[in-house]
Design a protein around this ligand. Sequence first.
Ligand code: FAD
Length: 469
Amino acid sequence: MDEADGDHFDVIVIGGGPGGYAAALYGASAGLRIALVERDKVGGTCLHRGCIPAKELLESASVYRTVRHAAEFGVHVGEPSIDWSATIDRKQRVVDQMFTGLGSLLKGRKVEVVPGSGVLEADGRVTVETDAGSRTLAGDAVILATGSVPRVIPGFEPDARLVFSSDELLDLRELPGSAAVIGGGAIGCEFASTLADMGASVTILEGLPKILPGCDEEIAKVVTTSFKKRGLTIRTGVRVTGHQPQDGGGTAVQIEGSDPLFVDMVVVSVGRRPVTDGVLGDGCKVAVSPRGFFEVDAHGRTGVPGVWAVGDCIDTPQLAHVAFMEGMNAIRDILGEDPPPIDAGRVPWAIYCQPEVAFAGYTEAAAKEAGFDVVTAKHRFIGNGRAVIIGSTDGMVKVIAERRADGTAGRVLGVHLAGPWVTEQLGQGYLAVNWEATVDEIAALIQPHPTMSELFGETVLSLTGRSLH
Ligand code: FAD
């Protein structure tokens, strides 16, 4: 279709991932007329190549682990085995179900999904290139939500045979006997955990001195110890330089100053690059930073009036739930509601490896670096009834509070968890940090028993100077 001057919308959103579709759904629920331009599938990385498929595979790994230990509970099921193609098929069914649901939601809210690649022109209109031609949309506001793609390192270009980024790995058709995971961040640890649970011999190769950079040191240690106990190898402070495919299959990963590592496959998980190339037409004045992100202020406004940017294409934590909130905030800003800016240091983080990790707020080191006098408390899941019942006790809760002038613990600055189901337990820690609750305020509230979440209450209670278990 060729249209010199297409339909007019209140808001045009370019990119249908969590940032873009959240803006579209939320904006439509506020009565705005929205066009959502998407060149692939609505749902974006999160639904098709990220959060949802990765967590589904981790859940399959968790079911396998549970069944392997069923005899401990007196449940005899024989020797379990993995039908990986059935696992991958289930993963796809979950994704497809969520995709259909999202499509219905968008349709129900009368969001017009425009298929094709969107380009923001200098005059503020959006050109959408499709196989069938181009269409021009006009809007009062534009939200850029073009997301990110996996970073590639030279010498390790993904080929879906020996080298995999997250995009290819989530469609893996055959389980490897061994794997090297380059990058021990959140996504690398999730993949390493899945593959190890599924029986592969896994080596994590991390350039920094520890895995899970950004996590509290003691929490990262819990994961390191637990991974090692499960047979994963962790090599930190290493630099990979390339790999040499082997005649008999597999490849040899070259590591500076060390013998090569022979593995069946390599997973590259070294972060994600923002997608900003090709999104701006000639003369469009939206600024792009040297690292490739759209530049925005605390409200997500670009320097061009009427244009916002949200999600992984801006330099904020690359998380789906952060993208959701940024998308909603952009709409609220468009509506003149003056939403409070997101404090990147206090957003919730959830990592679904085994053991899981979840946190919000300052790590102990970051709090001290920021000048706080801190007092901390830790409680381990080994002392928690529910964790013992389910037979998963690796992990701890750590709470960091500000030390008051009288030496007692005051405001909660950070809550850090590693252990069973902690991604489901962070809620109250997140609220505590963001409402700037004090340990006394939290300790006065009752936690249900027996739950794993009561370990947070116990940890806070001990910061009052008294404790129970
Ligand atoms: P994206 O989801 O990348 O979506 C951008 C969309 O824009 C894409 O659909 C793309 O096709 C479209 N697009 C790009 N350019 C154009 C254009 N010019 N025209 C039209 N369309 C365009 N986050 C969490 O919070 N929790 C997790 O557990 C988690 N797990 C993850 C696991 C993996 C393996 C990966 C890779 C990521 C994970 N993430 C997780 C991160 C999360 O997926 C991203 O933060 C989130 O998807 C970002 O949303 P977004 O809308 O900014 O971008």
